[in-house]
Design a binder for this molecule. Sequence first.
Ligand code: FE2
Ligand code: FE2
Length: 185
Amino acid sequence: MTYEEAQSLIEATLPEKRYIHTLGVVETADRLARLYGVDIEQARLAAMLHDYAKYFDADMMRQVVIEENLDPSLLEFDDELLHAPVGAILLDRAYDLDPAVVSAIKNHTTGEPGMSRLDQILFVADAIEPNRSYPGVDTLRDLADRSLEAAVVATLRQTIDYLLKKSVRIFPLTIETYNHFVKTP
Ligand SMILES: [Fe+2]
Ligand SMILES: [Fe+2]
């Protein structure tokens, strides 16, 4: 799948606001890929496709989790977690994507322990793209220019903080990813 094909698909699939977010993620992922020596074409394609399934029907996505033997604990948490792994598998089924791109899409919400630098770039770019606005986002942007791994940790910390403040449960993979990337003193 070329970047142009992905762009046409995403422009036709997502509402305008989410499409604008997506273009911001592409721009940021492109910049971080250049900065950290990661494949720029893979970063741009993964970023363009990452929210493909964002507005898909939750029951349909749960069905895909069951059919494709994805982590069954996805069914016990917020539906927001479904669009990354389900989007990755549906896109791969339809377009036979590069496994590195599939992995980055799959991991963009929760992260994964030991995730690749391409995965890390999409994970961080999603959180700091220019249209994002929340307390602390500028600190995250500065950090992302200095250390990709530090930005991954800070993004995870901000996600976990947010979930704690909302008093909702935290998907174990997010905690496992945090534990993996935090350096022991
Ligand atoms: Fe997403
Ligand atoms: Fe996103």
